[in-house]
Design a binder for this molecule. Structure first.
Ligand code: HEM
Length: 484
C-alpha cells in the first residue's frame, strides 16, 4: 500500500515538475490603468486634449501604456525610440488601421488611404509617391508661389479671417495638384464638401467617439431607437465623403475626354493606368490627398500665427533674416529656402510646438507581439503621443513649452539623443511613423515655408488691441479631434 502511495506521489510530483518546466511563462501586458470590468477605461478617456491625459499617464506608468476600452486593446507610446522600434522596425505587423463598421447601412468605408491596409494600401502609396516625393513636389513650386500671393492679398483685405484664407490656400493647392482644378470662390462646391467631411472626420476618429466600433452590435439597431440618431450622421458623412472622392475625379475624366484637361496628378496616373483596379486606387488616392491635405497645413499655419503673436521677438528675427537675404524688392521664393535658416527652423518649431495631429492616427497591430518583456495583443490600436515626444527635454532642451526656433540652429541643434530619419529632417515626429508616414510631408513643408516667409516679408502679425489700448493675447488652446 505504501509503495503504491509513493508511486502516485512521485508521479504527481513528476507531472507537476514537468508542467512547471514546460509551461509558457505568463507575459504581462504593459502597465496602465485597469479600468472597470467590461467597460475598461471607457469612462476615463477625455473627449478633448487626450494627449494631455496620456502625458499624465506616462508620468505614472512610463512611456508605454496599455489599457482597454470595452474589450478593445490600446497601447499609447510616449517615446520616439519605442515608437520607432515598433512602428518602423516592426512595420510589417504595426501598419494596420482601425476597422470601422459605421453601422448596418454600409460596410467599412475603405476608400480613404488612411484606412487602407495590405496590398491595396501599398498601391495607394506607390501612386502618392509619384506625385508627392521630395523630387516630385519641386514641380509645384511655381503654383505654390502664385497661390501664396493670392493669400497675401486676402490677408491684407480681411486679416481677421486668416484661418479661412489658409484653408482656401491649402485646398486650392491640393485641388490644382491632384485635379488641375482652379478654385474660384469661397463657396466652391468641392472646397465646401471637403471642409464638411474633414470636420466630421476629425471628431469621429478621436478615440472613444466611435461607439459602433466598440459595441459592433449597435449597427444592427434601427435609427429610430432612442440614442441611435448618430447613425444618420455617420451615413451623411459617408455620402459626403464619396462625393468628395468622385466629383472632382469625374470632372477630370470628362475634361480629358473633351481634350480640355489641365495636366495634373490624376491625368498623369490615368494615362499610365494599367487595369480597372488601378482606377479605384487613383480615385481613392487623389481623394485621400484632397481630404488629408486640405485642413492639416492650414491648422499648422494657424499655430504659426499664434506663435508670431505670442513671440514678437521671434517674428522680428525672422523678418530681419528675410530683409537681409531677399531684400525689399521682391517676395521670398523657393530659391531662397536654403539661405533662410531661421525661417526653416521657425517652420520646424511650429510643427514641434503645436503638432496638428498630437496623437497621430492609430496603427493596428496585426499579430501578437512581445516587446521589452511585455505582451502586446493582436489588434491592439497603437496611439503615438507625438505631443508628448515633442516636449521631451532630452531631445529638445529646456522649456519645451516655449516657441524657440533657435533649438534647431547651430552646430548643437536639436533633436538630441535618439533620432529617426524624420526627426533629423523635420525636427519632430509630426508626420507620423513607418509605412503610414504622412505622404504629404514634403508638400506640407513647402506650403509652410512659402506662406510663413511671404507673410513675414510683407506684414507683422500682432494681437488684437482692447478698448484700453492693451493687447489681448490669445490663450494657447486647441480644438479636439484627430487634427486639432
Ligand atoms: C503640416 C501638415 C501635415 C501634418 C503635420 C500631417 C501629419 C500626418 C500624420 C501624423 C499622419 C498619420 C501618420 C501615421 O499614421 O503614423 C498623416 C497621414 C496622412 N497624411 Fe498628413 N499631415 C500633413 C499634411 C498633409 C498633406 C498636405 C497631405 C496631402 C497632400 C497629407 C496626406 C496624408 C495622408 C493621405 C495620410 C494617410 C497615410 C496612410 O495612412 O498611409 N497630409 N499625416
Amino acid at each position: 500500500m505504501l509503495s503504491v502511495t509513493l508511486v502516485i506521489l512521485a508521479t504527481s510530483l513528476l507531472i507537476f515538475a514537468c508542467r512547471r518546466l514546460t509551461r509558457k511563462p505568463i507575459i504581462p501586458l504593459p502597465p496602465g490603468p485597469k479600468g472597470l470590468p467590461l467597460l475598461g477605461s471607457a469612462l476615463d478617456l477625455p473627449k478633448e486634449n487626450e494627449w494631455l491625459y496620456y502625458s499624465k499617464l506616462h508620468k505614472t506608468y512610463g512611456d508605454i501604456i496599455h489599457f482597454n476600452v470595452l474589450g478593445q486593446s490600446y497601447l499609447v507610446v510616449g517615446s520616439l525610440r519605442i515608437a520607432s522600434d515598433l512602428l518602423e522596425k516592426r512595420s510589417a505587423i504595426y501598419s494596420g488601421r482601425i476597422h470601422l463598421s459605421f453601422g448596418g447601412s454600409f460596410d467599412d468605408w475603405k476608400r480613404s488611404m488612411l484606412l487602407q491596409e495590405g496590398p491595396a494600401h501599398r498601391g495607394y502609396r506607390r501612386f502618392a509617391h509619384k506625385g508627392l516625393s521630395s523630387t516630385a513636389v519641386k514641380q509645384y513650386e511655381g503654383l505654390q508661389e502664385r497661390e501664396a500671393l493670392k493669400t497675401l492679398q486676402k490677408l491684407l483685405d480681411e486679416p481677421e479671417k486668416f484661418l479661412e484664407h489658409f484653408k482656401w490656400n491649402t485646398a486650392a493647392t491640393i485641388l490644382l495638384i491632384a485635379y488641375g482644378y482652379q478654385v474660384q470662390c469661397y463657396s466652391d462646391p468641392f472646397v465646401l464638401a471637403v471642409r464638411d467631411v474633414m470636420d466630421r472626420f476629425s471628431t469621429f476618429f478621436a478615440p472613444g467617439n466611435l461607439l459602433m466600433d466598440y459595441v459592433p452590435m449597435i449597427k444592427y439597431l434601427p435609427e429610430w431607437l432612442p440614442g441611435m440618431s448618430f447613425k444618420k450622421t455617420v451615413w451623411e458623412f459617408k455620402v459626403q465623403a464619396d462625393k468628395t472622392f468622385d466629383d472632382p475625379y469625374e470632372a477630370v475624366k470628362k475634361q480629358m475626354a473633351a481634350g480640355t484637361a489641365v495636366p495634373c496628378l490624376t491625368t498623369q496616373l490615368l494615362e499610365e493606368m494599367k487595369s480597372n483596379e488601378d482606377e479605384a486606387h487613383i480615385t481613392g488616392m487623389t481623394g485621400s490627398l484632397f481630404l488629408a491635405g486640405s485642413d492639416t497645413s492650414a491648422s499648422a499655419l494657424s499655430a504659426f500665427m499664434m506663435a508670431m503673436i505670442l513671440y514678437p521677438e521671434v517674428q522680428k528675427k525672422a523678418q530681419q533674416e528675410i530683409d537681409a537675404v531677399v531684400g525689399a524688392d521682391r517676395l521670398p521664393a523657393f530659391l531662397d529656402r536654403n539661405n533662410l535658416p531661421y525661417v526653416d527652423a521657425l517652420v520646424k518649431e511650429v510643427l514641434r510646438w503645436h503638432p496638428i495631429a498630437p496623437i497621430g492616427f492609430p496603427h493596428r497591430l496585426i499579430e501578437e507581439d512581445h516587446y521589452e518583456g511585455y505582451r502586446i495583443p493582436k489588434d491592439t490600436l497603437v496611439i503615438t503621443n507625438i505631443w508628448h515626444m515633442a516636449r521631451d527635454e532630452a531631445a529638445y532642451g529646456p522649456d519645451p513649452e516655449r516657441f524657440k526656433p533657435e533649438r534647431f540652429l547651430g552646430s548643437n541643434a536639436a533633436p538630441f539623443g535618439y533620432k529617426t530619419a524624420q526627426t533629423q529632417e523635420f525636427g519632430s515626429p509630426a508626420f507620423g511613423f513607418g509605412r503610414r508616414l504622412c505622404p504629404g510631408q514634403h508638400i506640407a513643408m513647402s506650403t509652410l515655408f512659402i506662406l510663413c516667409s511671404n507673410i513675414l516679408a510683407t506684414m507683422t502679425v500682432s494681437p488684437e488691441v482692447g478698448d484700453d489700448g492693451s493687447p489681448i493675447l490669445p490663450k494657447v488652446e486647441s480644438t479636439g479631434g484627430v487634427i486639432v
